[in-house]
Ligand binder design. Structure first.
Ligand code: ADP
Ligand code: ASP
Ligand code: MG
Length: 419
């Protein structure tokens, strides 16, 4: 069971969570619980780091931001104990959850579940702070924002859990963020691949890595709400969203239990990207490599890339997006290499949003992209960049137009819930 930030926000909420956990144990299950920091806490800690040093050392950043989960794991264990349950916390370094040393976005490498399983078998509820691990040289790492989902899936895989229930503040995965579009519909089933694409393009209901890990390790993941009644039944009968394989989806479709599925499964928006343009880059082999190699070495993920041939021969403008959180570092790296790369000017812009439509149905249907472009054009929304995959089309637009774009696309692809 994993509980997110809103579910853990304060003593009263934690008591609710403890109640849900206790009921699950009483239903005869052995449970491990992964918790997030209280809502807003990680943001607060990140801000302290920024204030202390804009070009902060990611290893020290991890020391600071991992602390939020340490607090909630202890508090949940205490609350469970107050309710008469046996419970204890297991910090990342105690389990240990071993990761690589890519601080602030570490990957889990190894996780020995022996001690955890023994404690669970003895009737103790294991409470594990999400988001944190330990590097090969014994320093605290964190798994990237939203990383508690990945901790939960990793624990589920390691203990060979029957299911990984991700409790959050919405009762499932919707066709788009239900907080932005009131007409969003809850999806009973979403395939791993679709969820992977949706998460990677901004549906932060699950962290992307948690989905790829679940897919690789065959973990059954369910998304459901922790904002439930004291007397609600245990999770096995609560309607959430199940993440399933293509096969399971096909079976459900045949049985008619997933009738309302449209060509597009979901729409996502991501305001956390920033656009960087380098003007007048020499148009010769190796020029683009000179831009992206240093970013890659510093673990900065580049997403959309466009290269335009400039008016003057022999030069091109290169535009790309990076996570906003990495923008300052990216700019510093490129500034240092201005001479070597040979560009003229660097222009950065954080006022962009990436809007994506995702669906496995795209594989067998033409016209998804053109519907997107036409719908946005009809509203006068300008497209700055485009990228596609087999089951996704993304466009970069002005941030101010995010909500409008998502709403008109949601209607255009027939996703609106009946009024
Ligand atoms: P937690 O703190 O529980 O991890 P998050 O804030 O990370 O919660 O994720 C839940 C939020 O994800 C919801 O409140 C919702 O606003 C947002 N969200 C974005 N896209 C979707 C979607 N397609 N379906 C459901 N929720 C979504
Ligand atoms: N607390 C961390 C964050 O806000 C991890 C998580 O909640 O998943 O990113
Ligand atoms: Mg989350």
């Amino acid at each position: 069971m994993k509980f997110g930030g809103t579910s853990m926000a304060g003593t009263e909420r934690i008591r609710r969570v403890a109640g849900i956990v206790k009921r699950q144990q009483e239903a005869g299950h052995e449970v491990a619980v992964v918790v997030s920091a209280m809502a807003g806490e990680t943001d607060r800690l990140v801000n302290f780091c920024r204030e202390a040093n804009a070009l902060y050392d990611p290893a020290e950043y991890d020391v600071v931001v991992a602390s939020g989960e340490q607090v909630t794991s202890g508090l949940l264990a205490l609350t469970l104990q107050a309710m008469g349950c046996k419970a204890r916390s297991w910090l990342g370094w105690q389990l240990p959850i071993k990761t690589d040393d890519a601080h602030a976005k570490a990957r889990i490498e190894e996780f020995d579940s022996e001690a955890l399983l023994a404690s669970m078998a003895a009737g103790e509820i294991a409470v594990i702070p999400g988001f944190q691990g330990v590097s090969p040289d014994n320093r605290i790492t964190t798994l990237g924002r939203g990383g508690s989902d990945t901790s939960a899936v990793a624990v589920a895989a390691a203990v060979k859990a029957d299911r990984c229930d991700i409790y959050t503040d919405v009762d499932g995965v919707y066709t788009t963020d239900p907080r932005i579009v009131a007409k969003a519909r809850k999806l009973p089933l979403v395939t791993y691949e679709e969820m992977l694409e949706l998460a990677s393009v901004g549906s932060k209901v699950l962290q992307t890595r948690s989905v790829s890990l679940a897919m690789k390790e065959n973990v059954r993941v369910q998304v459901l709400s922790s904002f439930i009644d004291e007397n609600a039944p245990a999770a096995d009968t609560l309607p959430g969203t199940m993440i399933v394989s293509d096969e399971e989806l096909a079976n459900a479709e045949q049985e008619g239990s997933d009738m309302e599925r449209q060509l597009i499964t979901g729409i996502a928006a991501d305001k956390n990207e920033a656009k960087v343009t380098l003007t007048r880059v020499p148009d010769r082999p190796g020029a683009v490599a000179a831009i992206f190699a240093p970013l890659a070495e510093s673990n900065i993920n580049v997403d959309m890339i466009i290269q335009n041939v400039a008016k003057d021969k022999g030069e091109t403008d290169v535009t790309f997006t990076v996570p906003q959180a990495d923008l300052v570092r990216a700019q510093a790296l490129l500034e240092e290499r201005k001479e070597a790369i040979g560009y003229y000017r660097m222009i950065a812009d954080s006022n962009v949003a990436k809007i994506s439509v995702v669906g496995v149905g795209m594989r067998s249907h033409a016209g998804v992209a053109s519907t997107m472009f036409k719908t946005l054009a009809d509203r006068g929304i300008n497209i700055i960049a485009i990228s596609t995959s087999e089951i996704k089309v993304s466009v970069l637009i002005d941030t101010d137009e995010t909500e409008l774009a998502v709403r008109v696309l949601h209607t255009a692809y027939g996703l609106d819930a009946a009024a």
